[in-house]
Design a protein around this ligand. Structure first.
Ligand SMILES: Cc1cc2nc3c(=O)[nH]c(=O)nc-3n(C[C@H](O)[C@H](O)[C@H](O)COP(=O)(O)OP(=O)(O)OC[C@H]3O[C@@H](n4cnc5c(N)ncnc54)[C@H](O)[C@@H]3O)c2cc1C
Length: 473
């Protein structure tokens, strides 16, 4: 039986990064992943690469380019005649982008000497020699591991009584591959996936209606940012209803009827050509033989401590299959930390500095606490905001929607949270993450030289605004 220091089950961002880091540290590493591409070949990268982060961002970019050409080029003095959408090419490009990531991970495995098994991994015997992992699939064999890292990710949650058929009722997978632009698109769930997918198809011409069970929009974001976002999205033509309760989803030959109770208690219905259901994800432990070996679960997630240790010796779990935010970079950080711990180091994952991003237009990004959280915790803070409409680069870009908001401790000025809605928020947030990792203050950001003209200057001005001394407003 082949034996390894570390066997990672799952080759998503958590798993493949863990395997590479293990190999870098001189450990014998293997990764088992069962995902198959359209050609039946391995498609490493998990949900993120195949039906998540990467393809969604490819389509967001393509659809944004289309919307810019259709609605905004004229402002710049560029006249476009005969603009046409070639959806098949747009989807093909998306597939090419994700395939490059699939192949890139295989290349990295070869480069770092990570042994890859294409198939399903499940727990066999656990004894003093180590943990047996049974691989079944393209290659079938048993291997022995000193340490196992479970990185099996998550699956989309279906609405009760409305299974995904990926034709009319779509999960994220179907939502990324609709072959023609639906005239009426329904979306259940106004979370990150619902908003991003709704934005893609809205820009391509669908009439999009989003139904959300919660009474407020983007409850996890800072309220001021969520309000701003709601204003902009409504202006873009996204229809949204909150506080709804879905009673029935009835697909017919070419359309879907959604019956629901509106927030005022009245019965309503929505007819659409396709329905995206994005109501969250369920941790995936299918086929692992978790029960067989007594791997403890907690509400479907693999139960872990703060270091991602499970109840079984030398068995760890990371990423979407454990508690915490379902984000690719969180999975990666946990993967690296677990492997470094196996190698005898003392790593630490700081959950308070994990950035969140929603890749709509404008983008939304934040790190740390929201204003409502600080109020609830009774923390004394000062806030500084700065609108992109007062930033020269944003004006030159023609992207003036949104603002930057800093929240800093009232006494020490240490940054407690930074919230951005605006162009390239996904990139700007990195400065805030660095500052918070170094326990920086708003004054620190205010004192740093930022290039002119740049969107980064809005970060500096918002930080200065904490002390009521923004320079450009
Ligand atoms: C539409 C969409 C957009 C998203 N966009 C973003 C984004 O922009 N940024 C972000 O940070 N996050 C985003 N996410 C979330 C992100 O995709 C996940 O948080 C991330 O993929 C989790 O990584 P993971 O390694 O834990 O699991 P996964 O990526 O789910 O990978 C798990 C892998 O394990 C394999 N597997 C499962 N069981 C077994 C088994 N028994 N044996 C072998 N293999 C197995 C699966 O086939 C899969 O390949 C998005 C998600 C969706 C759905």
């Amino acid at each position: 039986m082949k034996s390894f220091d570390v066997v990672v089950v799952g080759g998503g961002p958590g798993g493949y990064i863990a395997a590479i880091r293990a190999a870098q540290l001189g450990l014998q590493a293997a990764c088992i992943d069962e995902w198959k591409g359209a050609d039946g070949k391995p498609a490493l990268g998990g949900t993120c690469t195949n039906v998540g982060c990467i393809p969604s961002k490819a389509l967001l970019q393509s659809s944004e380019n289309y919307a810019q050409a259709g609605h905004h080029f004229a402002e710049h003095g560029i006249k476009v005649k005969g603009l046409e959408l070639d959806l098949a090419q747009m989807l093909k490009r998306k597939d090419t982008v994700l395939k490059a990531s699939n192949d890139g991970i295989l290349y990295l495995f070869k480069k770092n000497k990570v042994t890859f098994f294409h198939g399903r991994g499940s727990f066999g015997k656990l004894d003093s020699d180590g943990v047996e992992v049974v691989v079944s699939g393209t290659q079938s064999e048993s291997i022995l591991a000193k340490n196992v890292i479970v990185a099996t990710g998550s699956n989309p949650r279906a609405l009760p009584g409305a299974d995904f058929d990926e034709k009319l009722i779509l999960s994220n997978s179907g939502a990324l591959a609709i072959p023609e632009v639906p005239t009426r698109l329904g979306v259940i769930g106004a979370g990150v996936v619902g908003l991003e997918m709704g934005s893609v198809w809205r820009r391509l011409g669908s009439e999009v209606t989003i139904l959300e069970a919660l009474p407020t929009f983007l409850g996890m974001a800072d309220e001021q940012i969520a309000k701003e976002a709601s204003k902009v999205f409504l202006k873009q033509g996204l229809k949204m209803e909150f506080g709804v309760s879905i009673s029935k989803v009835s697909p017919s030959k070419n359309s879907v009827k959604v019956e629901y109770k509106a927030s005022d208690g009245s019965g309503k219905s929505l007819d659409c050509d396709r329905l995206i259901v994005s109501i969250g994800r369920i941790a995936n432990t299918i086929g692992l033989n978790a029960e067989g070996v007594g791997l403890k679960l907690d509400r479907g997630f693999v139960a872990v401590d703060e270091h991602c240790r499970t109840n079984l010796p030398n068995v760890w779990a990371i990423g979407d299959v454990v508690r915490g935010p379902m984000l690719a970079h969180k999975a990666e950080e946990e993967g690296v930390a677990v492997v470094e711990r196996i190698a005898g180091q003392k790593p630490h994952v700081n959950f308070n500095t994990i950035p969140w991003v929603i890749y709509t237009t404008p983008e939304i990004a934040w790190v740390g606490k929201t204003e409502q959280q600080l109020k609830a915790e009774g923390v004394e803070y000062r806030a500084g905001t700065f609108p992109f409409s007062a930033n020269a680069r944003a004006r030159a870009l023609g992207d003036t929607a949104g603002l930057v908001k800093f929240l800093a401790d009232a006494k020490t000025d240490v940054i407690l949270g930074v919230h951005i809605i605006g162009a390239f928020a996904s990139e700007l947030i990195a400065e805030a993450v660095v500052a918070m990792e170094f326990r920086g203050s708003s004054e620190d950001i205010g004192m740093i030289c930022h290039a002119h003209p740049s969107l980064g200057e809005a970060m500096k001005d918002a930080a200065l605004a904490v002390d009521k001394r923004a320079l450009n407003i």
